[in-house]
Design a protein around this ligand. Structure first.
Ligand code: ATP
Ligand code: MG
Length: 558
């Protein structure tokens, strides 16, 4: 079926109007609804009443000149230009040129008008105005997309970017809801931004299911001004959902509903030619029959490209900031090491030197007991320094993320019994170490070396910070998929204000007084617990004692 166009002929000569009507109704390519007026006033009235696609305007009218009419039409009646073809007499070309300058689309010399000439002129005028309208639409859309992109890319904060994007796209597409869905296999894929508040239980599955109830298959409508047949409209109309999900069958099933318009958010990392599917940008309507058009899908797609750039920039910034922070921490750590080494090593070194030189110079005059005492000072202080160096190397490894976790099956009962036996041999009689086991601790995989570090550091603290003696209780509890361990003492306790920092290297409580230490043990224990995929906490009261609790999954990294 041919498209029907509305055409207005304004000419005071009835015979001419009849000829033009006849010529146009013969057009094999277009069909016309033709309106006629014999004076400017009637012509203007018709223009107000009907939406005309093209006007044939006689230059010489009884009540107004064609130019005056044209001027009035342009300024008073239509906001958007209607294509006008001026009809002039022979010798009036100058007027015609003037009319063209004012915006008339074409002119015809009446004496030369034939059926073909008129049909072609009118068809061209319609086509030209259609293309003009298309162009303005595209420019307007590009302007809106550019503004949206600008707003999205104004921030470098990911959350802000996503929230701006959903709000802007909702405005741009005039739809009910816009969401960003992020793929994160580790943390669980989910909606990370929505232009409309999502209730706590509401998720994209629900939205998809809800929209999926509307059974009919919805396809994009191809729209144009008056559906003017543009060349590529002959190709089959694409299904909107194909845009984002054609390569992802399971996602297609999830999101492919008539209410959702879905495009991918693709990010290329380090110039990788295969982009990584970061997530989806989803626009949806609540109405029964959503009116998605091809240009909506295109706009959404273009915004998603801009959004992807903004996301990538935000991620890069976050990575750089994290690297900088790490770098700063390492620098602080290095200066602390230097300060600690010079401070902590000076005293034992002085003692070693003094004891050694006394032995060298006066060894023969000293009795056996005194000699042994000096030797034991040298040994003790050297051991202390050796432990200090070991701890610093270990913490350095953790700081550089170089420590390895090598899990193996472990009989925890045996493992901790051996360690506790060793510890009992080393402590004085004033301390009692109690070992308690509850539940099933079988099926545990862990790293021997790391577990030993945790145990030694916590138990040695419990003993060291209980100078008055008392009981140290080590309680091992086996659960279904994890083990929990408590180490409880009756020592000096830790002031509340100090508790939150103690797991950082070189941090010490304000109540340690003369009890020696460098503040590395807890940092080491925490890093070892975390390599096991567990966590560690403490509870303490000054003067009453402290309990450290750590839990470890039974089969981390197996
Ligand atoms: P080292 O590096 O030799 O272990 P340290 O014992 O001082 O030195 P951490 O084991 O890291 O270092 O402990 C940090 C601080 O936490 C201690 O200095 C102490 O103030 C406090 N602390 C740790 N365990 C206990 C405990 N069981 N009772 C009281 N205070 C404790
Ligand atoms: Mg310690």
């Amino acid at each position: 079926m041919l498209d029907t166009w509305t055409l207005l002929i304004i000419d005071d000569c009835a015979a001419d109007r009849k000829i033009y009507r006849r010529y146009l109704l013969k057009d094999p390519h277009h069909s016309y609804q033709i309106l006629e007026a014999d004076c400017a006033e009637d012509g203007l009235a018709l223009c107000q009443e009907f939406r005309c696609d093209v006007i044939l305007l006689d230059f010489c009218l009884p009540d107004m000149s064609g130019l005056e009419f044209f001027d009035q039409l342009k300024h008073e009646i239509f906001a958007t230009a209607v294509p006008v073809i001026m009809l002039t007499g022979r010798g009036d070309e100058e007027v015609a040129v003037q009319a063209m300058k004012q915006g008339a689309l074409d002119y015809l010399v009446k004496q030369h008008v034939t059926s073909d000439v008129l049909q072609i002129a009118v068809r061209n005028a319609i086509k030209q105005s259609y293309l003009q309208a298309q162009l303005s639409n595209i420019q307007e859309r590009q302007r809106l997309i550019a503004m949206t992109a600008l707003r999205i890319r104004q921030s470098l904060n990911l959350e802000q970017i996503l929230n701006t994007a959903v709000a802007e796209v909702q405005q741009l597409l005039k739809c009910d809801r816009v969401m960003v869905y992020k793929f994160a296999p580790d943390e669980g894929s989910k909606i990370v931004a929505s232009s409309v508040f999502l209730g706590s239980g509401e998720d994209v599955d629900l939205i998809a299911a809800e929209a999926g109830q509307k059974k009919q298959e919805y396809r994009v409508q191809n729209v144009g001004v008056n559906n003017y047949p543009v060349p590529n409209s002959q190709s089959p109309t694409p299904d909107v959902y194909e845009l984002g999900l054609s390569n992802y069958i399971s996602l297609k099933e999830k999101f492919n509903t008539e209410a959702n318009l879905v495009v991918p958010i693709n990010i290329s990392y380090n110039g990788d030619p295969n982009p990584h599917l970061w997530g989806l940008l989803i626009a949806s309507h609540n109405t029964e029959e959503p009116q998605w058009h091809t240009h909506d899908a295109q706009m959404l797609y273009e915004v998603s490209v801009q959004l992807a750039i903004a996301i990538q920039q935000a991620e890069l910034l976050a990575q750089t900031q994290a690297a900088l922070k790490k770098e700063k921490q390492l620098n602080i750590f290095k200066s602390q090491i230097i300060a600690t080494v010079s401070h902590e090593c000076r005293t034992p070194l002085t003692s070693i030197l003094a004891a050694a030189s006394t032995l060298v110079k006066h060894g023969q005059q000293l009795d056996d007991g005194k000699q042994k005492r000096f030797q034991s000072i040298i040994e003790q202080k050297a051991r202390y320094m050796s432990k200090l160096v070991d701890n610093m190397l270990l913490v350095n490894q953790f700081e550089l993320d170089k420590a390895k976790f090598k899990p193996m099956p472990l009989d925890l009962l045996q493992f901790f019994s051996d360690l506790i036996d060793q510890e009992r041999e080393a402590v004085s009689e004033s301390h009692e170490i109690v070992f308690k086991i509850t539940g099933n601790v079988k099926g545990f995989w862990g790293d021997r070396g790391l577990l030993q570090q945790i145990f030694i550091n916590l138990i040695s603290n419990a003993i060291k910070y209980s100078p008055a003696g008392g009981t140290v209780e080590f309680h091992l509890i086996g659960k279904e998929s994890q083990v929990i361990l408590h180490i409880k003492d009756e020592g000096i306790g830790i002031p509340m204000a100090d508790q939150k920092n103690l797991f950082q290297s070189f941090s010490r409580g304000s109540n340690v007084d003369t009890i020696p230490g460098t503040g590395l043990g807890l940092a080491i224990a925490k890093a070892c617990v975390e390599l096991h995929g567990g966590n560690i906490t403490l509870s303490s009261k000054v003067g009453q004692g402290t309990t450290f609790t750590f839990s470890l999954p039974k089969q981390h990294g197996k």
